[in-house]
Design a protein around this ligand. Sequence first.
Ligand SMILES: Cc1cc2nc3c(=O)[nH]c(=O)nc-3n(C[C@H](O)[C@H](O)[C@H](O)COP(=O)(O)OP(=O)(O)OC[C@H]3O[C@@H](n4cnc5c(N)ncnc54)[C@H](O)[C@@H]3O)c2cc1C
Length: 456
Amino acid sequence: MSKTIIVAGAGHGGLTAAALLAKAGFDVTIYERNEEGKLGYDWTDIFDPKALDVVGCPRPEEVGLPWEWKIDMTFYGPNTTPDKKIRQRVPNDPNEMEIKMERSDIYKLLIDFAVKNGAKIEYGVKINGPLMAGDRVIGITTDKGDFTADMVIDAAGAESVIRTKLPDCLGIQKHPNWGEKFYVYRAFYDLPVDPATVDDKYKVILFPDSESIGIGWIATEDTFSDLLIGHMDPLTVSEAEAIAERYRKTNPQLGTKKLRGGQLVLIPVRQPLSIMVADGYAAIGDSAFMTVPIIGSGIGNAIKNSKILAETIIGDKTETYSAETLWPYQYEYFQKMGKNIAPLALVKLLLTRISQDQLDYAFNEGILTHYELTITANHTSLWKFLHFDPNLPKRGAAILKDPDLLKKGAGVVLDVVAALAVEQFLPKQYSRPAVQAWAKAYDKVFTHRLKAMGKV
Ligand SMILES: Cc1cc2nc3c(=O)[nH]c(=O)nc-3n(C[C@H](O)[C@H](O)[C@H](O)COP(=O)(O)OP(=O)(O)OC[C@H]3O[C@@H](n4cnc5c(N)ncnc54)[C@H](O)[C@@H]3O)c2cc1C
């Protein structure tokens, strides 16, 4: 008889893992709280299309779904003048470029892929938590009853009710800390100006709001403007609308008539989860905090890493799907992506410690350049952001002139070194004490400055 797998939540990585596992002969059922055709958000997303190739999912053009290339973003500090703005320089190379699609179309693509490969989807089922037998996850409890399986893949997002209700003894972090998530408001508005008159079509402002550390973007499309406000502190819709009103004073492209979206959502912008597996359990996508910590992109990574997860499950000849036999998933994920992406979270945490003035200084003095702000489809590693730049001495001299900035920048370098050192000791084989001891050391690298700030 086929082994049974529950995928909790139709997250992106969960859908592609479901497809690969169903194709390999597993009996896979995805449980999703939303009704059929109502998944995702009413807006567009940007991701690396090569992720689809990794799992063998068709590209959108192969199934007649619309997409377009992402355009370069232009970055501003809180008070940057147009002559100091920094525009990305993503090479005009399909291997480096990301695509933009409607989220509903991404879901169409991935759901179709999962179903064609034999996965089943139960819509309209609200999961309440994991079903446990001792320390082992044996299924899910839902508003439609309990469901059991040989293992559960947690693809229920950053606030997964499975992960957050696991017993403490498993050592799996339940909630991201302050500074590790963005509270985001996103909506599309009308476009009151001719788009040809807008110079910065994809304008991103770092630290635009005095209310909270965060970002704002205003992207100008042909017929609408796309607003995103991301804060590290909770945000309400009326606060977001008041901030939008302020943006309109200097951004006439942002209209007042809301056309789509308008929800508040959460994006994890942090290091990957320190323990992703337990007996009968593995987390993928936002549930395992796999987004790029600086920008919060998680679709491509969730899809790419679902292949590692599926191969680990398929390769488990013991068919026990225990923490021990699922551990190679986490280990391989960390070797291929996690260990390089995690240090980016330390760079992002620097944003929680510098002031708006210091950020303006970094723009004005050329400390920040297009090297650091160009993010391509392949930027899933800190090393991708580092380049040799002939202006390095000049940039170094500018940092030296601001001792506080220098101190904070040096702190990040030390933290990155500490993270790389800890990552070297990720146990290759699973044992609960060894893995939990490692997780403690890893988590500490990312939380010690937040603790010093009284935020943890
Ligand atoms: C405003 C915004 C913009 C973003 N832009 C981009 C972008 O441009 N590019 C990019 O790569 N990423 C982007 N992201 C991040 C991206 O959405 C996630 O990283 C990506 O979706 C991976 O998350 P996931 O699929 O694991 O989880 P999710 O997208 O959160 O999906 C989880 C699924 O589980 C379901 N679920 C949750 N709880 C339950 C429950 N109790 N019962 C049943 N079902 C449940 C949910 O309904 C959902 O379908 C953005 C996020 C936001 C919020």
